[in-house]
Design a protein around this ligand. Sequence first.
Ligand code: PMP
Length: 401
Amino acid sequence: DSVFASIVQAPEDPILGVTVAYNKDQSPLKVNLGVGAYRTEEGKPLVLNVVRRAEQSLVNDRSRVKEYLPITGLADFNRSSAKLIFGANSPAIQEKRVATVQCLSGTGSLRVGSEFLAKHYHQRTIYIPLPTWGNHPKVFGMAGLSVSTYRYYDPATRGLDFQGLLEDLGAAPSGAIVLLHACAHNPTGVDPTLDQWEKIRQLMRSKGLLPFFDSAYQGFASGSLDADAESVRMFVADGGECLAAQSYAKNMGLYGERVGALSIVCKTADVASRVESQLKLVIRPMYSNPPIHGASIVATILNDRELYNEWTIELKAMADRIITMRYQLFDALTARGTPGDWSHIIKQIGMFTFTGLNKEQVAFMIREYHIYMTSDGRISMAGLSSRTVPHLADAIHAAVT
Ligand code: PMP
């Protein structure tokens, strides 16, 4: 008998499992709106032209070797990643108060950051929004933090529960860690206004709560890299400390390259240097050092003015296509006279629409229309096209009537 005979079958991941089910479906009508990956109007994955150009120049450069990177990753990549999120003229960077390490995309950055906090920070509780990306509680729990939630989304208004948020953060123990989505909150698509961010900042600083930003969609939400980093920059501008996890999965389309960065903004350069030394001790036994290829692509693009400009144009085109899909879906439901208020489809921000459809309605749409999405009613607008919008509108109409 197998020594593993008593092992029970684990459930599929709630998000990636949607794709598993989609792949098994034989219907030509099937649409996958589950996973958050960009698709072209033709429904194809997209490799940015600027990424192809950067890769070409890497291949042509015969001086490039495949040696190990340092534990902290590619130095050029780390420098430019910090500049991208905190701003090119950020005083925190100039004062060398930021420790940045290359990690395995957004998830790896969150994990390294939370392992570091669990080991070295005096408060082991992290507050995450309700709801949030399904992997957050698992990442933080595995790192040894204890996970609490703060109110975020109000189903009644399909908007921000700002009062609830302030109450819950106001009641959090002093020093607690707070996970904030820098922009394009996943799964709700609901972000605080700049005014609300300012109030959140004041409350958090007055209580000594530690901000941990998850920035998985910079540039992807509004089409502007600067606008989408505004929340983070407000917190850095006050001179206080914070963490930021960056992902290049969506905004450079580098999903499978697993390239991201963790930055810890500290009060002084001296603290930042000690923090970096401890981050190395977290990383070394976990995966030793990060992969070279994706980080080289990113560094090549961020350090070349022409490639950088081309990137911002391609990025804006992706963001704009998603926004266009929002309007097309909204118009299609309006044209069908679908009961209910669907204006949240055009108000929400980023890759996802939190439709408000319930579990049963989602199951109905999968069964009858072969449209796949997570059971919370979240749909990826990036997976839609002008061709599939009418089919989705028919399905939503049938599900709610
Ligand atoms: N945070 C949020 C909010 C996300 O939506 C995602 C991607 N789905 C991630 C982090 C991490 O993604 P990755 O590890 O692929 O960068």
